[in-house]
Design a protein around this ligand. Structure first.
Ligand SMILES: [Zn+2]
Length: 64
């Protein structure tokens, strides 16, 4: 299952949405469930774990 942030488009590939978006800080209520067909095409286009770490590093840089 995947969840999409309605604010910035970030995708969380987990059973449940994050409490806050790691990219823009939007609350869990701003995440929408993504359908499996979309998830499949998404997984084919990138490796989620590497992208997550890259985005977190980017966000940490902005914070400092
Ligand atoms: Zn977001």
């Amino acid at each position: 299952m995947a969840w999409v942030c309605n604010v910035c488009g970030y995708v969380e590939d987990e059973e449940s949405p994050p409490s806050t978006c790691p990219v823009c800080g939007a609350p869990e209520s701003d995440f929408a469930e993504r359908f499996e067909d979309d998830e499949d095409s998404l997984l084919n286009s990138n490796d989620d774990d590497d992208m997550d770490d890259f985005e977190k590093d980017l966000f940490a840089d902005y914070d400092e």
